[in-house]
Structures are given as C-alpha cells and as structure tokens.
Design a protein around this ligand. Structure first.
Ligand SMILES: Cc1cc2nc3c(=O)[nH]c(=O)nc-3n(C[C@H](O)[C@H](O)[C@H](O)COP(=O)(O)O)c2cc1C
Length: 230
C-alpha cells in the first residue's frame, strides 16, 4: 500500500484510494512539507493560488475531534461555510450509494446495524483517527468565484496523489469541516479565510478492511465525447 518511491505516475494514480484507517505513527513535518510543495505545483486560475493549508496534529487535533463529536451527538446542524447544491439524486445518488455499499461491505456493517453505522459516521468526524488533518481554506476575497473552488480541488487532488507517492494515505472529507466553528477555533483560522475541506493523512493501516476498497469509475466512453476526430 503506497510507499514505493519507484512508482510511476500511473501507478500512483491507479493505486491511490481513500484511506480511512491509520497506523498510530506520527508523520514527520518535513515529509508533509515535501508533499505540500509537490501539491502546490497544481495549476490555478491566473496563478492566484487562493488556498491555504492548516496542518494539524497532537492536542489541537484532539480538541477538534472532541468538538466535532460532541456537536454531532448534540444534533448541531451542518455549518459548512461554502455554497452547497441540492441533495444528490439520480445517477449521483446511485454512485454515492454504490461506494457506501462497498465500504460497509468491506467493514462488515449490515444495512440495519444502526450502531455500527453511527460508529462509522463518528469515525469520519474524528478524522478517521489519523495522526494529521490538513484543513484547506481559501481567501475570502475570492469567495463567489467558482474558479476558487476549482483551484482548491486541483491542489487537493495533487496533494493526495503526492502523499500516496510517498507512502502516505489520505481521505479528502467534508465530515471534518461540517462543524466549521470548532475547526476555526482550535486551528486558529483567520476570518479572512473560508474553510473548504479537510484531508485526513497518515500511514495506511494495511489491516483496515475499508482501505482495500477500490471505488468504481465509469468508462472514458461514458464520460467523454470526442469532437472533430474523424
Ligand atoms: C469533496 C470530497 C468530499 C468527500 N467527503 C468525504 C467524507 O465526508 N467522508 C468520507 O468518508 N469520504 C469522503 N470523500 C471521499 C470520497 O468518498 C472518495 O474520494 C470517493 O468515494 C472515491 O473513492 P477513492 O478516493 O477511494 O478513489 C470525499 C471526497 C471528496 C473529493
């Protein structure tokens, strides 16, 4: 799982998957800096690089895990700071259900096992007990432009691939920022930045069943049209 410095680009991209179980082993700061430097070669709109990375571990991360868990159990509503569309429907909902089935299947969580499902959800709010969580934010001055979200996605995708090339696993997640006030307080995020996404990071636990899940993709033929080729 990850870790082979000889991996080609295709091996990194095809091998990477979201990691939701981690070894209890710290990640050196210098390695995270290396990963971030690779990630930041991502293109951005007019090279504006609107993103920031808040790399959190130790006591502040423990406080975020606790705050997230308390608020979720107390029924606090979702407080994401950016625009969200309608709930998924149609093919999008089908794809969401398909990956959930793969993950629950791997973990042996039955459809009607409410307790196990709740544990799984809480795990996400604890950042999957990863040793590191990176909060991605963007400059509030660039709010309202869809380019900003696009640029955050580009750099974050490059981040998880760069991490994988170094043997680290990640899962990009919204669960970690659904209680944004908790994250803002304990990570000390300034008011001129908007909280966008969380990335849990660490050394993949090879024995954690969900880490083996390879999610499905539709084919290139389904996703792409070629115009003017013949
Ligand atoms: C914007 C975004 C938000 C996500 N939020 C969550 C999340 O809250 N919890 C989770 O377990 N996975 C989350 N994921 C991971 C996706 O479920 C995962 O990337 C997708 O199923 C494809 O699987 P793969 O990353 O293993 O290829 C998120 C991914 C993205 C890009």
């Amino acid at each position: 799982m990850g870790g082979n410095p000889e991996q080609t680009y295709a091996e990194v991209v095809l091998g990477r998957r979201s990691i939701r179980g981690y070894l209890d082993k710290p990640v050196p700061r210098a390695l995270i800096e290396e990963v971030l430097a690779l990630a930041m070669r991502a293109p951005s709109s007019m090279n504006t690089q609107p993103y920031h990375f808040h790399v959190i571990t130790g006591a502040p991360l423990a406080r975020i895990r606790q705050g997230n868990t308390e608020r979720i159990l107390a029924g606090y509503p979702d407080s994401r700071e950016f625009r969200r569309g309608e709930p998924f429907a149609g093919v999008h909902r089908e794809r969401q259900i398909a990956v959930a089935k793969q993950l629950f299947g791997a973990m042996g969580i039955a459809r009607d096992d409410q307790e196990a499902r709740q544990d799984w959800v809480l795990r996400g709010f604890r950042q999957f007990d990863a040793p590191v969580c990176i909060i991605i934010t963007y400059d509030r001055a660039l709010s309202g432009s869809d380019d900003t979200a696009f640029d955050c996605g580009a750099v974050t995708t490059q981040l998880v691939n760069a991490a994988w090339s170094k043997g680290l696993g990640c899962v990009i997640n919204s669960q970690g920022i659904m209680q944004s006030p908790v994250v803002r307080e304990h990570a000390g995020i300034p008011d001129d930045q908007v909280i966008m996404k969380a990335v849990a990071m660490g050394w993949p636990d090879p024995d954690f069943p969900a880490n083996a899940v390879v999610s499905e993709r539709r084919s290139v033929a389904e996703a792409a049209r070629f115009v003017g080729f013949d």
